[in-house]
Design a protein around this ligand. Sequence first.
Ligand SMILES: [Zn+2]
Length: 326
Amino acid sequence: MGLNLHTHLEGWVRPETAADLGRQMGVPEPAGGWQDALRVRGVADLTVFLAHVAAAYPVLGSYEAMRRVAREAVEDAASDGCDFLEIRFGPSTHARPGLGIPDVIAAACEGLGDGSNATGLPFGLVVCLLRHLDDETNVAIAHAAAGAAGRGVVGLDVAGDELLFPELQRYRKPYEIARAAGLGLTAHAAEAGPARAAMEAAAWLGATRIGHGSHIADDPEVLAWAAGEGIAIEVCPTSNVLTGAAPSVREHPLHAMIAAGCRVVLGDDNPVNIGTRLAAEERRLVEEGGLAPEDLATIHRTAVEVAFTDDATRARLRERFSELAP
Ligand SMILES: [Zn+2]
């Protein structure tokens, strides 16, 4: 059970679906097969990690492929026992001649809707700017996201390699477009970069949630700021250990965040690539991380309040998780 508030659609491509789509789309199977291409083995830095995620990109570049992968993501999340799936992706990566950014977003929304209709799992789609893109493309992404507000898109994010592209100010305009359309605002920050990147994301972009934010705990001032401001930190434990953003689940900075009074929520980031899902993340946090059941209940209730969703869905989720109140 629980709300998955940080997970990438590109990280949900089943290896067998990649193989199937590859055959249909004329994409050659990677040396070693799709399973090995998608799955990160051992410790990887963020750059290596992102390369495994990118292995699926060649089979996502059609309307039907995107729709299918999105539908299967909801099915897989529902079978994992998830209560709310807030899933994100960078649509420009999958745009092609004849398949524009708005089409890619529409395909994902349609597939997520298909999956939701079949399983009853509520969802929201967060659209990601990408750090390596030019400003014009990121503005076009924000406009496309704003245009799909109310039709499945619930938020804006910026993703990509924080080490190679640390600058955040350049995303002010796209975030302003998204804010004006009523979208929720989050940003990957302080995952590989320093704690202050989280403050910059809030100050410059208006982000109320921070993706990963692992390094927030490195700086007591930033930690106190995050707690005071009620910034929600989207923690992805296994992903953070894999990329070196946290030494282990036991020594994960989320413990310091919880102790400081920060709002912590959870995600599984890229489940196929790292071999985990939300339910497994929650189990690891208790069994390896030493989290008390009350801490997990607090995480669930926090997630209900900060999820980018409509009032009716939030009310239903509140009811579901109120029973867990310690
Ligand atoms: Zn992420």
